[in-house]
Design a binder for this molecule. Structure first.
Ligand code: CO8
Length: 258
């Protein structure tokens, strides 16, 4: 595949890194960039050696949102025909855990991208928000849905009506962010965590991710039926046999992802 223009990717053992790389406009997400993010996520997802994906931004911030220049003159028929959000739908089919690392701004579409991550780490200077309302629009890539599911209707309305920024500590207190780090330590700590997570039995992690995402969306009954199937399925993996044998033999398990 040809070299992406707006992102940079690299791997370090079992961890695949994707960095938004358009710092001169604060990593504003244009459509090509979103397509590149998706293509690289799918490539990492297919790559057997990669167990965890890390998403971050180069320069001053994670990203200041969708590229406003690109959509300023659009009309609604154009927007409809673009069907740009199919890329975002594909994002929810990525099976491996995605860790977002946010420093500085994560606004608009970039906040939506952060909300698609399975775990979110942030620097103490991180600021999240949906400023769409100030542009006379609203979120379109899941913002009203994911923020409401995560933080509840009360705060979601407040934040979305005004575009008010959510500072790092508040984001952590509302469960939007898993953990905060000093700005200088964010990438190192995120990488360390990703490598630890990569040592977990990959099939367990995969089905846990699927089941949790299902639970966000489904009734308790439906979620539990789904969980039960995944639970049973893990009993035909070699890692289940290895994990339980290792426990009984009082040794460390050696997981293979099969
Ligand atoms: N789009 C295009 N260019 C941008 C964007 C953006 N979202 N954000 C910043 N830039 C550009 C600026 O125009 C500026 O360019 P130049 O140097 O050529 O003038 C450069 O980046 C640096 O930005 P500033 O000079 O503005 O930097 P400041 O530190 O003064 O301000 C802010 C930083 C507060 C983040 C400010 O840049 C800002 O308010 N940006 C826009 C934030 C915003 O409104 N985001 C939401 C966009 S709408 C959206 O995301 C809709 C999502 C729905 C679909 C998702 C599909 C991907």
């Amino acid at each position: 595949s040809s070299k992406p223009r707006y992102i940079e990717t690299r791997t370090d053992g079992p961890v695949g890194f994707i960095e938004l790389n358009r710092p001169e406009v604060l990593n504003a997400l244009n459509r090509v960039m979103v397509a590149e993010i998706l293509a690289s996520m799918e490539e990492f997802d297919r790559n057997d050696t990669i167990k965890v994906i890390v998403l971050s931004g180069k320069g001053r911030c994670f990203a200041a949102g969708a590229d406003i220049d690109e959509m300023a003159e659009a009309d609604s028929v154009e927007m409809e025909l673009l069907n740009q959000f199919t890329d975002w739908d594909r994002l929810s089919w990525i099976k491996k855990p995605i860790i977002g690392a946010v420093h500085g701004f994560a606004l608009g579409g970039a906040f939506e991208l952060a909300l698609c991550c399975d775990l979110l780490f942030a620097a103490e200077d991180a600021e999240f928000g949906f400023p769409e309302v100030l542009l006379g629009i609203m979120p379109g890539a899941g913002g009203t849905v994911r923020l409401t599911k995560l933080a509840g209707k009360t705060k979601a309305m407040e934040w979305l009506f005004t575009g008010k920024r959510i500072l790092a500590k508040e984001a952590r207190d509302f469960g939007i962010v898993n953990q905060l780090f000093a700005k200088e330590a964010l990438m190192e700590e995120t990488a360390r965590y990703a490598h630890q997570l990569a040592k977990m039995p990959p099939l367990s992690v995969r089905y846990i991710k699927e089941s949790v995402l299902k639970a966000v969306d489904a009734s308790i009954y439906e979620g539990m039926q789904f969980e039960r199937k995944n639970f049973s399925l893990l009993f035909s993996s070699a890692d289940q046999k290895e994990g339980m044998r290792a426990f009984m033999e009082k040794r460390k398990a050696n997981f293979k992802g099969r």
